[in-house]
Design a protein around this ligand. Structure first.
Ligand SMILES: NC(=O)c1ccc[n+]([C@@H]2O[C@H](COP(=O)([O-])OP(=O)(O)OC[C@H]3O[C@@H](n4cnc5c(N)ncnc54)[C@H](O)[C@@H]3O)[C@@H](O)[C@H]2O)c1
Length: 439
């Protein structure tokens, strides 16, 4: 069983401290607010939350949970400190780190007096880079020790929802933590070992980003549902019924397929249907901020890809893929066609390898080239051999993922610029010659 000090007895701190104590760990809760400290030590909860009153009473009575205002003693008597203080917005909307760095300073001062290895784990929500750029320098300065070597460092975000916080603690949707050292990894992995959820162990910045991504995704979903509800209502439809039915579809609505960062959406349905719904909203006078933003952002992703290609400064560009997704010859509203047309307009010589579009032309499939509204000479730009396309291109633009193209694109990236909009290989990240649109 571990000995853990929890700094900040707010919603996150109390729930973490009490649940850890119930699991048998020895927990010291720390706060500057003497009222909260006294409350815990009297076996009373300082927050209102389902089940927390009983949990605090039980764990304080059994001796596994106590509270103090003595920061130094809390650090000296435990193996790890969890920082759960608030991070309210600063005036300009940026994350407020004053409480976190203040606690780090106290913990660092205590670490200076401690011989045993101690891990510092930030649980407050802080933007990517904060642990490395703000917390670690403060801890190192105050302790005179090096993070990851002489003391442990981790970032372990909390995803609980107030009102179901204890249930969420024992049945989380997601557990992720970032760590600098094996000692911290071992403690955090051990604490989560029995929970019914895979523990994702990553670098600290990734864990910080996952937390913001999770909350922003929740916010996007609420706004999306509200906008759908407003449009539905103005058309005499119950938007809650619509959204309940949508959410029952695990294959498309909730699918990870649509959650991979990469290139713009396109095809015969999504752009047309988002536009039409926006038009319907407009016709009824229903505000449609989110639909506007979706279309604007999609257009911006095409412009971003265009700039990435132009920045390579080559006269010839070879497209790997031109249809709106691999496995089809459908060119309707393919963002790759739009991108190719924009480059042609800028005087770039564009060649295209696309086995599915090629097959449609070769077999004289009725409707070959269907939906191509932007590139009238598309057929004459097709190159049937991928190696020829690569050899004769200044820059290779990867638009669609084809399994048999992966190795050749990896090799091509060693000889010439490659702009990748789909990510042919998870190992590849932007370097001098390879440029991933979101990685
Ligand atoms: N509330 C939630 O549902 C929730 C869920 C997940 C993550 N978070 C994140 O967790 C963090 C804490 O949130 P919260 O809602 O528990 O905050 P809170 O405001 O309820 O509690 C923060 C506590 O920290 C204490 N504190 C402030 N400065 C201190 C210091 N220098 N030393 C010791 N204690 C100090 C305060 O007295 C208070 O008790 C925030 O970053 C928040 O974004 C919150």
């Amino acid at each position: 069983m571990a000995k853990i000090s929890v700094f900040g007895i707010g919603y996150v701190g109390v729930v973490s401290a009490a649940c850890l104590a119930r699991d048998g760990h020895d927990v010291i809760a720390v706060d500057v607010d003497t009222g909260k400290v006294d409350s815990i030590n009297s076996g009373l909860t300082p927050i209102v939350e389902e089940g927390i009153g009983e949990l605090v009473a039980e764990t304080v009575a059994s001796g596994t949970l106590r509270a103090t205002t003595d920061f130094e003693a809390a650090v000296l008597e435990t193996d790890a400190s969890f920082v759960c203080v608030g991070t309210p917005s600063a005036d300009d909307g940026s994350v407020g780190l004053v409480y976190v760095t203040s606690v780090c300073e106290h913990i660092g001062a205590a670490l200076a007096k401690k011989d045993d290895f101690h891990s510092v784990v930030i649980r407050s929500t802080i933007v990517p880079g904060s642990t490395e750029d703000a917390c670690i320098p403060v801890l190192e300065k105050a302790s005179g020790k090096t993070a990851g070597k002489e003391f442990g460092m981790g970032y372990y975000p909390e995803f609980l929802r107030e009102s179901t916080a204890i249930a969420d603690y024992y049945d989380p949707g997601l557990i992720v933590f970032g760590y600098l050292d094996e000692g911290t990894k071992k403690i955090l992995a051990g604490l989560n070992a029995d929970l019914p959820c895979k523990t994702q162990m990553v670098d600290i910045r990734t864990a910080e980003m996952v937390k913001y991504t999770s909350n922003t995704w929740r916010a996007v979903k609420v706004t999306f549902a509200n906008e759908i509800g407003n449009i539905a209502k103005d058309n005499g439809i119950d938007g809650q019924t619509v959204m309940e039915i949508l959410c029952s579809d695990d294959k498309a609505a909730m699918s990870p397929y649509f959650m991979r960062p990469g290139f713009a959406f396109g095809g015969s349905c999504l752009p047309k249907d988002v536009r039409a719904l926006r038009q319907l909203a407009q016709s009824k006078g229903t505000p449609h901020h989110m639909l506007d933003a979706v279309l604007t952002a999609n257009e911006a992703q095409i412009a971003k890809a265009e700039q990435m290609v132009l920045d390579r400064g080559t006269e010839k560009v070879g497209f790997v893929g031109i249809s709106f997704k691999p496995g089809t010859d459908d060119l309707r509203e393919s963002p790759l066609v739009a991108l190719a047309a924009r480059l042609v307009d800028k005087g770039i010589d564009v060649s295209i390898y696309d086995p599915f579009v090629q097959e449609a032309y070769d077999t004289e499939t009725p409707g070959a080239g269907r939906g191509n509204d932007h590139l009238p000479d598309l057929e004459s730009r097709l190159v049937s051999d991928l190696d020829d396309l690569i050899e004769n291109s200044g820059t290779v633009l990867v638009g669609n993922f084809y399994h048999d193209a992966v190795e050749r694109i990896k090799q091509a990236a060693q000889r010439r610029p490659v702009v990748d909009l789909t990510r042919v290989n998870r190992e590849m990240v932007t370097n001098d010659s390879y440029h991933g649109i979101c990685w």
